[in-house]
Design a protein around this ligand. Structure first.
Ligand code: SF4
Ligand code: SF4
Length: 294
């Protein structure tokens, strides 16, 4: 049963990745999909420039709008992130993000010794908020070209997802992109390689330290409708859940911690079934907690 629950998450992650990247024709033609569905955001990080992407990445879209000469604020993307965040919080990271799946799979690659926690981990986690503020929200407003168009600084200089899903496939499939290879491309490949290596050694380093989308959803984790709950009458404070948590949280103390990606590992290992999860209505929080098997 426990193994089945673990596999359910992997299945959901895989299905979401396949569905949001259903434009297989893009890999045959070397051109990205630009139809109506591209106006819709997907909840996780999924590069707009991936040849098979059907939807838009909210972080890429946000930078495109605030960098635009005419539009500086987007009610659609802000509203989208608020609705998704206040409903699911970081459940998106654990279940619906294609790059979360990529990191989960990389961490399964065997290595002599995995790193459970790096030095200054607690402080490094704040780095993703700096990335969000500086590279997603501020710099695209001010780094502009000669016609006043802002640059999507995070996508251009940092995002390894764009390199993996967009940059590399487009260069391989399209001769015109080969001519554009230069310092920026090599820089982005370097970041991608480092991300892959660290993802083999450390569980989800990009989610923990870099991801601006995870930073946004983390703000909602404590107030989202979907919540984790500890039944204190069952919890024996054994700490088994903390040992199982690859995000280094102590679930029995802070079940709705900002770093919790709702993977469910803690629930699976708890010997007394003290952890439950589900959609909790705010005004009924004390009385009611509808558990789902997610
Ligand atoms: S594993 Fe269960 S019983 Fe043990 S501390 Fe965590 S929630 Fe409590
Ligand atoms: S607290 Fe539980 S659900 Fe959250 S990341 Fe840790 S193991 Fe996963």
């Amino acid at each position: 049963m426990d193994k089945l629950r673990e596999h359910i998450r992997l299945m959901v992650q895989t299905i979401v990745t396949i569905v949001t990247n259903g434009y297989v024709k893009g890999f045959a033609t070397g051109k990205i999909y630009t139809g109506d569905l591209k106006k819709v955001c997907v909840p996780g990080l999924n590069c707009y420039s991936c040849p098979s992407a059907l939807g838009s990445c909210p972080i890429g879209s946000y930078q495109a709008v605030i960098g635009d000469r005419q539009f500086k604020f987007t009610f659609y993307i802000t509203g989208f992130l608020m609705v998704v965040g206040s409903t699911l919080g970081r459940l998106v990271c654990g279940w619906l993000c294609p790059f979360g799946l990529t990191q989960d799979l990389l961490y399964k690659v065997p290595f002599i010794k995995k790193i459970k926690r790096i030095r200054r981990d607690k402080y490094l986690r704040y780095f993703k908020y700096i990335i969000l503020l500086v590279f997603v929200l501020i710099l695209p407003l001010f780094v502009v070209d000669i016609i006043g168009q802002g640059s999507p600084v995070f996508c251009k200089w940092i995002c390894p997802v764009g390199t993996l899903e967009g940059g590399i496939p487009l260069v391989l499939l399209n001769d015109t992109f080969v001519e554009a290879i230069g310092f920026l491309y090599i820089w982005k490949i370097t970041i991608l390689v480092l991300t892959i290596v660290f993802s083999i050694l450390i569980y989800r380093p990009f989610c923990k330290y870099i991801c601006p989308l995870g930073a946004i959803y983390s703000i909602f984790n404590g107030i989202s409708l979907y919540k984790y709950k500890i039944d204190n009458s069952k919890c024996i404070k054994c700490g088994v859940c903390s040992k199982a948590c690859k995000m280094n949280i102590e679930p029995f103390k802070t079940p709705n911690h900002i770093e919790c990606i709702r993977c469910g590992d803690c629930k699976r290992v708890c010997p007394t079934a003290a952890i439950s999860s589900g959609i909790t209505m705010v005004n009924k929080e004390k009385k009611e907690h509808n558990s789902s098997e997610i």
